[in-house]
Write a protein that binds this ligand. Structure first.
Ligand SMILES: O=P(O)(O)OC[C@H]1O[C@H](O)[C@H](O)[C@@H](O)[C@@H]1O
Length: 449
């Protein structure tokens, strides 16, 4: 097995093969629409053939910029929010040691990757700047619009700190901006300051941008092979072209299943993992599906849990709470490392029955036991099988989820490529902060307080 797989046998009793196959023509039409741009949102389809169109030259330019940062910095702060950081963080966490950031400087092969601009917490920023005070650090500032408040605040602070520490000249070498080709405050700022920049293509939305420099540069700085990641994505891109028959088009099958379950009252999809390093993959997935489908008062609510951790907190709800959920489980075939449970002469903890077993074997039995219990408890389960955690399969998984999301959104009958609802909080916040241009809104909102 050289590719990710979709396992659907635990849907029996909830959804038949016939129910799924009935939707195959519709799903194929949605997939076709993603390729020929015949439906809503067609100005945001740049991601569809993005993996196969990334040239060697583009990859080299990203790798070169990564080398500059890796040479000049012991820590690199990725400034961005939503699609401008989640993809990078998902891949970096999935493919790095869980304790990478704790390694002493002399033992490190890669700079520590830190994140900012994804919240407006004063304490967070203070603590980050304090940590960076005696570090050789750099910044990758990412914003597609170039106008988002959270990263703009973080960047202003970090830029000040860096320039004060090393001077404007050296700071310029350690700052890279990734933004629109011509629009937005970040573009103006980067051009004025003379930063190295990369462009986010107009036709690739933030949540679909992980395979552009938005994701690839931070990932490369973290020492991860972006060529293998992209190659993995290309494989699924090729395997899901419109001529692919429905039975082999895994994203199309996944898209149909989640929509059919939704029609049957399963309003919440829980993405499940059994490895803490996949936590941010689920965060990335939540944005992808949440922003794409949650509109016009419809859409599955994308949730996520980390098992077995959350079996000791959310497990009760999932087993016996309202039956409006289904689970999509990401399962990893083979652990990358080997740890066996040792023998203990006294066996005071009663664990000798596990002696000699790999920890992963125990994890897998927890996974199997949970799946059986949840299905028995009325929770449909589908499983995405990944042979092991490496660049290639994460690349496959990224494209799998992106393609499925596009098909799924069209099946649902909405435009999966806009996010009008996100503006509501911003308008109120700007009005409350008395941003120039919001005078009327300021008056109106203040009258409500
Ligand atoms: O990259 P930016 O323009 O800064 O946007 C960052 C994020 O915030 C926005 O409000 C959108 O909801 C997201 O889709 C986007 O990924």
């Amino acid at each position: 097995m050289d590719t990710i797989q979709l396992q659907i046998k635990d849907l029996s009793g909830f959804l038949s093969e016939e129910d799924i196959l009935k939707q195959s023509a519709q799903a194929a039409a949605c997939n076709q629409a993603l390729h020929n741009g015949s439906r809503e949102g067609n100005d945001f389809l740049g991601w569809v053939d993005l993996p196969s169109s990334i040239t060697d030259q583009v990859l080299r330019e990203i790798e070169d910029a990564a080398t500059v940062l890796r040479t000049h910095c012991d820590a690199v702060v990725v400034v961005g929010i939503g699609g401008s950081y989640l993809g990078a963080r998902a891949v970096i966490d999935a493919l790095s040691s869980s304790f990478d950031w704790l390694q002493e400087k002399e033992d490190r092969k890669n700079p520590v990757i830190l994140y900012a601009g994804n919240n407006i917490s004063e304490d967070y920023l203070y603590e980050l700047m304090r940590y960076l005070n005696d570090k050789r650090f750099g910044i990758i500032n990412i914003s597609k619009s170039g106008t988002t408040t959270e990263p703009a605040i973080a960047f202003r602070l970090l830029k000040d700190q860096l320039e004060e520490k090393v001077g404007k000249e050296e700071a310029r070498k350690r700052i890279v901006a990734i933004t629109d080709a011509s629009k937005g405050a970040l573009r103006t700022l980067a051009d004025t300051e003379g930063y190295k920049t990369f462009v986010i293509p107009d036709n690739v939305g933030g949540r679909y941008s992980v395979l552009t420099p938005v994701g690839l540069l931070p990932i490369a700085v973290a020492g991860i092979d972006i060529r293998k990641l992209v190659a993995g994505a290309v494989e699924i891109e090729k395997a899901t072209v419109p001529s692919t028959s429905f039975d082999y088009n895994l994203p199309a099958i996944y898209a149909v299943i989640r929509n059919e379950l939704y029609k049957r009252g399963k309003k919440i999809e829980i993405l499940v993992n059994y490895h803490p390093k996949l936590h941010f993959l689920a965060e990335w997935w939540k944005q992808l599906y949440g922003e794409s489908e949650g509109k016009e008062n419809v859409g599955i609510f994308p949730a996520a849990v980390d098992f077995t951790t959350d079996l000791h907190s959310m497990g009760q709800w999932i087993q016996e709470g309202e039956r409006t959920i289904f689970e999509t489980v990401i399962t990893i075939g083979e652990a990358n490392e080997k740890v066996q449970i040792p023998h203990d002469d006294k066996d005071l903890d009663g664990l000798n029955y596990l002696e000699g077993k790999r920890v992963d074997e125990v994890n897998k039995m927890a996974e199997l036991g949970t799946r059986i219990a949840h299905v028995d408890g009325g929770v449909p389960n589908l499983t995405i099988e990944i042979p092991k955690l490496n660049e290639k399969y994460i690349g496959q998984l990224i494209y799998f989820f992106e393609k499925a999301c596009g098909i799924s959104g069209y099946l649902l009958g909405i435009n999966p490529f806009d996010q009008p609802g996100v503006e509501a909080y911003k308008k109120n916040m700007f009005a409350l902060l008395e941003k120039p241009g919001f005078e009327e809104a300021t008056k109106a909102i203040k009258a409500r307080l």
